[in-house]
Design a protein around this ligand. Structure first.
Ligand SMILES: N[C@@H](CCC(=O)N[C@@H](CS)C(=O)NCC(=O)O)C(=O)O
Length: 232
C-alpha cells in the first residue's frame, strides 16, 4: 500500500526542502515503501490530517497517522520488520537519538544563520509573512540579522564542530558503518535542506563529509539528487 507523506514546499511544489521530511523520504525509500508525496506550505502545516498543531513530516499509512520524523522511522521499523531496518537493535534507536540531538543543535542552527533569507525567498507572499512573523517571534529579531553566519571565521568555526562527523566518515562510508541507516538520513536531511535552499557552500570537495553526502545523494536511485541543488 502507498504511504502518504505530507512534505513542506515553497512556491515551487517540486522542491521539498524540510530536513525532517527528507529524513522520512529517505527512510521510506530505504524500506522499499512507495510514497505519495503531498506538498504543503507553511500556512497549511498546522491543519494537516485534521490537526490543529501539526508539524511536518506527517504520514498516513491506511488508517494510521504518524507525526514526527523519528516517530515515523520507529513506526516503519515496527510495522514493516521484514524490510531493511532503519535502526538495528539493540541500541540503534538510542544512538540515533544522539545523532538527532547533535544534528539539531550543531548543524541546524548554523544553516539557519547562513540560509534563513534563502528559505524566505522560496516562499510565496502569504507564506513569507507567516515565516517572517513566526521566526522573528522565535528569535526576537529581524530575520535579516539572524542570517549572520557567512563570514569565513563563522564557517571555519562551524567546520570545526563537524570534526567528530568528519573523523567517523574518514573511517567508514556511512555513519551506521558499511551501509546507511536512519542516523545517516538524520544528518543527510540537514545538509539536503541546505543544498535545496541555498547556494552558500558549506563543505569543501574532498572533505569526507562532502564525499559521504554525495554517496547519500546517490542512494535509492538518486532520490536526493532528484531535486536540483540551489547552487545549480
Ligand atoms: N521534531 C520534528 C520537527 C518537525 C518540524 O519542525 N517541522 C517543521 C518543518 S522543517 C514544521 O513543520 N514547521 C512548521 C512551522 O514552522 O510552522 C520532526 O522531526 O518531525
Amino acid at each position: 500500500m502507498t504511504i502518504a507523506l505530507y512534505d513542506l514546499v515553497g512556491r515551487d511544489a517540486s522542491r521539498p526542502f524540510s530536513p525532517h521530511c527528507w529524513k522520512v523520504r529517505m527512510a521510506l525509500a530505504h524500506k522499499g515503501l512507495e510514497a505519495e508525496v503531498l506538498p504543503v506550505r507553511f500556512t497549511q502545516v498546522r491543519n494537516v490530517e485534521n490537526g490543529t498543531d501539526r508539524t511536518v513530516p506527517v504520514i498516513r499509512d491506511g488508517e494510521t497517522v504518524v507525526q514526527d520524523s523519528f516517530a515515523i522511522a520507529e513506526y516503519l521499523d515496527e510495522r514493516y520488520p521484514e524490510r531493511p531496518a532503519l535502526f538495528g537493535e539493540p541500541g540503534g534507536r538510542g544512538l540515533a537519538r544522539f545523532v538527532e540531538s547533535w544534528s539539531q543543535r550543531t548543524i541546524h542552527p548554523y544553516i539557519v544563520s547562513v540560509a534563513i533569507l534563502d528559505i524566505h525567498a522560496l516562499l510565496d507572499e502569504e507564506n513569507q509573512r507567516f515565516f517572517r512573523e513566526s521566526r522573528e517571534s522565535r528569535f526576537g529579531r529581524p530575520i535579516e540579522t539572524v542570517q549572520d553566519g557567512r563570514s569565513p571565521e563563522a564557517l571555519a568555526a562551524f567546520s570545526k564542530t563537524l570534526e567528530p562527523l568528519r573523523a567517523t566518515l574518514a573511517r567508514q562510508p556511512f555513519l551506521a558503518g558499511d551501509a546507511p541507516m536512519f542516523a545517516d538520513y538524520i544528518v543527510f536531511g540537514a545538509f539536503q535542506w541546505h543544498r535545496v535552499v541555498s547556494d552558500f557552500a558549506l563543505l569543501d570537495t574532498g572533505d569526507p563529509i562532502h564525499e559521504w553526502f554525495e554517496r547519500c545523494l546517490d542512494l535509492h536511485d538518486g532520490l536526493g539528487r532528484s531535486v536540483r541543488a540551489a547552487a545549480g
